[in-house]
Design a protein. Structure first.
Length: 318
C-alpha cells in the first residue's frame, strides 16, 4: 500500500461493505454520492481489484474485497477503541456500535427493553448481537471482536471483568390444555412426561437428571435444542414439556398457547453475567452501556407462575 494512503478511504470501504449501496453509504458518511464513487475509484486503484461490483440493487463485494474487509474492520475497531478510551461519551449524539455475544435468551428477555431504553437515551447508538461460541468466548473479548458477553458462565480469568445481571429459576412449560396440566406435579409425574432439554452441546443429561437418579427416577428426553424459541414452539404444538427460565417463559405464556407451572422441586437456579475485557474499564461509552444493561435487568423480576388450582379452576355456576 502507498505510504501516502488516505486512511479516510477505509471509512468509505467500511460504509460500502455495510450498506452494499453507494447512495446509502454516502448517507451513512454524510457526504455526496460522487464523493463515495470517487473514493471507490481510489480504493480500486490502491488494491488493484474491482472490490465492489455494481448490481441492479447496489454493489456486491468481490472475493478479494471480502478478504480485505476483515482487516479493515479490525483496524477501524482499534482506532475506535483508542479514541473512545480518551474521549467523553455523550449518548444523546453518539453513533457508536457495540457488539454483544449472547444466547437467544438475551434476544427475548433483555433486548426489547434495552432497545426501548436506547431509543430514548441514545437514539443513534447501534447494537450488533451474535451467538456465543463455545470455547471462543473470552478470546472474542480479548481481540475486540466483541465488547461484551452476556451468558451463564463461571468466574472468568483475571483479565476479564464481570458483573451479575440476573438470577434465574426454572419453571415448567407445557401447551395449554395439556392432558397433564391439572395433575399434581410430583417428581414421579414429572419424570413420566416427555421432555425437551436446552443444550448448547447437544447432550441431554443435566443436573436435573442427577436429582431424578437420586430418587430412583429417570425421564425421557426426546429432543435437545440450543434455541429457546424452537423449544417453546415445539412445546406449544406437542405434549412434550420443557424447563424454561422464568422470565423467558413469561413472554411465551403472554403470547398464548402455553402455560407455565412450578416444577415439583426447586431445581437449581442459574446466574447470568455480563463479561468484558479490562481494557474497557477506561472506556466511558462501554461503561455507560454496562450500567444501562444493569438497570434493564434490575427492572426484570423473576416470573412466578400461577398455581395448579388457579390454572385449572372451573368457574362456578351462577
Amino acid at each position: 500500500m502507498d505510504k501516502k494512503f488516505d486512511l479516510n478511504l477505509l471509512n468509505t470501504f467500511d460504509a460500502l461493505w455495510r450498506e452494499r449501496n453507494v447512495t446509502r453509504a454516502a448517507r451513512r458518511l454524510n457526504v455526496t454520492q460522487p464523493a463515495v464513487s470517487n473514493a471507490l475509484s481510489r480504493l480500486r486503484e490502491t488494491f488493484g481489484d474491482e472490490l465492489f461490483i455494481r448490481t441492479p440493487s447496489g454493489v456486491d463485494p468481490t472475493e478479494r474485497c471480502s478478504e480485505i474487509a476483515i482487516d479493515v474492520r479490525e483496524a477501524l475497531r482499534h482506532v475506535e477503541r483508542t479514541l473512545a478510551s480518551h474521549d467523553s461519551f455523550d449518548p444523546t449524539v453518539s453513533e457508536r456500535t457495540f457488539r454483544i455475544g449472547a444466547m437467544d435468551y438475551f434476544d427475548h428477555v433483555v433486548l426489547p427493553p434495552l432497545m426501548e431504553d436506547l431509543r430514548k437515551k441514545a437514539p443513534r447508538v447501534d447494537l450488533r448481537i451474535s451467538p456465543v461460541k463455545l470455547g471462543e468466548t473470552y478470546d472474542a473479548l480479548d481481540s475486540g471482536d466483541l465488547d461484551f458477553l452476556f451468558f451463564s458462565g463461571t468466574e472468568p480469568p483475571k483479565r476479564i471483568n464481570f458483573s451479575p445481571m440476573l438470577e434465574e429459576k426454572f419453571v415448567l412449560i407445557m401447551r395449554a390444555n395439556h392432558p397433564k396440566m391439572c395433575q399434581e406435579m410430583t417428581l414421579d409425574a414429572y419424570a413420566d412426561l416427555t421432555h425437551i432439554v436446552f443444550s448448547t452441546r447437544g447432550d441431554s443429561h443435566t443436573r436435573i437428571d442427577d436429582l431424578l437418579a437420586e430418587n430412583g427416577l429417570r425421564r425421557r428426553v426426546a429432543l435437545t435444542s440450543s434455541h429457546h424459541t424452537s423449544i417453546a414452539e415445539t412445546v406449544r404444538d406437542t405434549d412434550m414439556v420443557a424447563l424454561s427460565p422464568s422470565r423467558l417463559a413469561h413472554r411465551y405464556v403472554h403470547r398464548g398457547g402455553l402455560i407455565a407451572v412450578q416444577p415439583p422441586v426447586e431445581f437449581p437456579h442459574f446466574h447470568l453475567r455480563l463479561y468484558w475485557s479490562r481494557r474497557l474499564n477506561s472506556d466511558p461509552g462501554a461503561m455507560w452501556l454496562r450500567n444501562i444493561l444493569g438497570d434493564v435487568c434490575k427492572n426484570s423480576p423473576v416470573y412466578v407462575p400461577p398455581t395448579k388450582d388457579d390454572i385449572c379452576a372451573i368457574p362456578t355456576a351462577q
